[in-house]
Design a protein around this ligand. Sequence first.
Ligand code: PEP
Ligand code: MG
Length: 599
Amino acid sequence: MKSPQGNKVKKLRGIAVSPGIIIGKARLVDRSRVKILYQYLVNEQQVSGEVDRFKDALVAAKEQIAAVKNKMPEQIRKHAFILDTHLMILEDSMFCNATIQTIRKEKINAEWALKKSIQNIEKLFAQIEDRYIKERIVDVQCVAERVLRNLAGKEQEDLFEIKERVIIVAHELSPADTSSINIGKVMGFITNVGGRTSHAAIMAQSLKIPAVVGLETATHHVHDGTLLIVDGQTGEVIIDPDDDEIIHYQERQIQRERYESSIIRLSHLPAETVDGVRVAVKANIELLEEVVAAKDNGAEGIGLYRTEYHYLRSSNLPKEEELFEDYREVAEIIAPDPVTIRTLDLGGDRVSSGVSQIKEANPALGLRAIRFSLKEKTLFKSQLRAILRASVFGNIQMMFPMISGLQELLDAKEILRLVMDDLEKEGLEYDRHIKVGVMVEVPSAVTVADILARHVDFFSIGTNDLIQYALAIDRGNEHVAYMYQPFHPAILRLIHQVVEVGRKADISVALCGEMAGDPLCAPILLGLGIDELSLNATRIPIIKKIIRTLSFQESKKDLEKIFHLETATQVRDFIKKKMQPLIGELDQKGLISTTNNHA
Ligand code: PEP
Ligand code: MG
């Protein structure tokens, strides 16, 4: 394939979403849309035949999705809810009944009638303001495409049927596609579309296969069988590499694997600096299933258990008993280390179909997190009961998200006290000394941290939101992604302020935003005196290794210099220089990327 200038395209660059280097043959997966033709049905017999044909296509689609679910690799079972959503769409009356009615009323073929139903559903979705729900239209389109393929009698190649070792190249991969990837065979994938938080990207990380998305023209430049090198660290894809390039990348690949396993082998060691200061390194999890992997990666507890999953995965609210069993199991697996359960952080972009939520112009500034829980008291109480009841089975502590001032904290604690009284009356056991903390993630909480500190056992700084609210940038908006700057002097000062308050009040200060897993942030957070870092489990071995190479005293001195710097870029450059050669080594081995790769 030639570029517009006539040269053969050799290299593409996309968004690196799952690290690792692979060299292998391309396998183009055709996900092009089925052509839909209009057909008028002349008699009743044809109409009922068409309805039956549509029903058969629905049944086949259900069977295909069920088969994908059954063959789903263990690592990504937790994403099975996406396929459950697809099964629900196949039962939805706007999808099924409406299509059947259109076939009958308008005497038209099933394909055309389904197209009309989808257009109606698309119109409805177009009116939705919430970006997350609006984007779920892709699931409806994906299911429709499957039904259309069934109607056309077109085989859809399911990815678990791929038998050779290949790199998948596709315009787009649906959740059903990525769920059915056979990791024994598929080495990784590249796609034209997609972003860092797309389903496909998340799946690739869970499967630990390299992936690059957002390449725009990959399917134009790559043929079936073309040799490719995919670098899931830099986002580079090399088409038809020459021998030198192959040797170069093979070496990088070997080095990376060796280096990574040497780091993992040491992950059980404590994160203790060369001058003997120890930082607790814990894991952020969203699911019970992640606890064992967290432990294997060297987590010394769970520093943040996000609890939204149970509320997001189905349209029914979770029962107290279900939550209790889940929390209890997490506590038992991680014991004697602690787990910090964060109460529900619904609202913003996390919307549950099980609770009615008001349409808001600015959801991130709306009824989110603790504000939502304080309004939905019954729901809040049921979660608190589950946490308290589980607290006798391990070392559980709890924290409230998005506290913006003392009144909210007192209101939440009052509800907690009422729940404790109820349990007392019912003769149910709970840990009466359970530690209660707050997430410090709203700038006003930093300002009044001294007041909050008198009423809590610990702070956990949520930099993902703190950066969003302090720098006034929507954390999900790609147009301002470049502004997401953990090194911004304002952010460093805010964190410093919280740590100082914590030290004076003698309460521990943890940090659980993405910053905790960024190797370049490690010396700053150490110098600031953060007691605990909580991060994605896969980053734990690297962060522990980095801390083991640092000196606390030196990091503190560097911080004094850093506080004189005036921009995020200056801070970043200072740190990069300071941390050579280690950072260069990690970068070269493909374990971190020091380039700003916003997408
Ligand atoms: C944070 O805001 O930094 C945080 C850890 O919470 P979440 O990403 O769940 O909002
Ligand atoms: Mg947050």
